[in-house]
Design a protein around this ligand. Structure first.
Ligand code: AP5
Length: 252
């Protein structure tokens, strides 16, 4: 199993197709192609990092594209991206057409022989249908859709204590996964910050959007025999082990 020695910067995904990933992706045998589902804050990003380093696949988060766009000067952003940041700040979903245009531009990341872990996309049935069409055209199949489940109050506790690295996007928690030095990323020494949409009023809006638009995706993928439900209780490592055991049981 290929193990990533150095965290990939995912530049082609985060900045767009003209940017080159460093280090470049390594072809995996076979490449893993997984989708991660679950409520905001359930731990998808944390699991995606662990799975990415285990399988050598790239962690592709649509939220990371928007957060990277925030760092650009207003003049460097397209009007659609600036509007997307307003939706995100409030905790609302970004319109499907904006998200789909960004993903279609980054089709090279889905074709990549290193494989992928999609986190935060798709998030609506329309996005899932569009992804299905996109992958069909490319002759690419998804191995499985991991759906992480946890009671709401536990999810909110995970969100409120989250800290994220402004540089490499690594995720910490002030109680359950603290960095060695407060406010400093263990992986790259970058500065840790609290996400704007982790404020209580934005968390409420995000949970409503999840219930209404994203939770129906479990049924969408169950019907396609791709859904793997993973209880998200326990430590990140325990949940990771559970995920890989469940994937192995499916022959993946
Ligand atoms: P996005 O970035 O996708 O955020 P999200 O889905 O809300 O998910 P989060 O990143 O908040 O949580 P997570 O499940 O990854 O949890 P994490 O691992 O960090 O989207 C943000 C916004 O962008 C959306 O609201 C929307 O506006 C927009 N957007 C993005 N994609 C879109 C799309 N496709 N369509 C429309 N709009 C889109 O963990 C959380 C915390 O818990 C961390 O502190 C972590 O350390 C801790 N933790 C993790 N696991 C454990 C554990 N086992 N035990 C204890 N603590 C744990």
């Amino acid at each position: 199993m290929p193990i990533m020695e150095m965290k990939r910067d995912r530049a082609s995904w985060i900045k767009g197709p003209s940017a080159q990933c460093v280090p470049p992706p390594v072809a995996a045998q076979p490449p893993r192609r997984l989708v991660l589902l679950g409520a905001p804050g359930v731990g998808k990003g944390t699991q995606a990092e662990l799975l990415a380093s285990h399988y050598g696949a790239c962690h592709l988060s649509t939220g990371d594209i928007f957060r990277a766009a925030k760092a650009l000067d207003a003049g460097e952003r397209t009007p659609a991206l600036s509007a997307a940041l307003d939706y995100m700040r409030k905790g609302e979903l970004v319109p499907d057409e904006t998200v789909l245009a960004l993903v279609a531009e980054r089709i090279g990341c889905l074709r990549c022989d290193g494989g992928f872990l999609l986190d935060g996309f798709p998030r609506t049935v329309a996005q899932a249908e569009a992804l299905e069409q996109l992958l069909k055209k490319e002759n690419i199949t998804i191995d499985a859709v991991l759906s992480y489940d946890l009671p709401l109050e536990r999810v909110v506790a995970r969100l409120s204590g989250r800290r994220t690295c402004a540089n490499c996007k690594a995720v910490f928690h002030i109680e359950t996964r603290p960095s060695k030095v407060e406010g400093v990323c263990d992986q790259c020494g970058g500065k840790l910050y609290q996400r704007e949409d982790d404020r209580p009023e934005a968390i409420r809006v995000r949970m409503e959007a999840y219930d209404k638009s994203t939770s129906p995706l479990a049924e969408f993928y169950r019907k396609r025999n791709l859904l793997v439900s993973v209880p998200a209780e326990g430590s990140p490592r325990e949940i990771f082990d559970r995920s890989t055991v469940l994937l192995k049981a499916r022959g993946r």
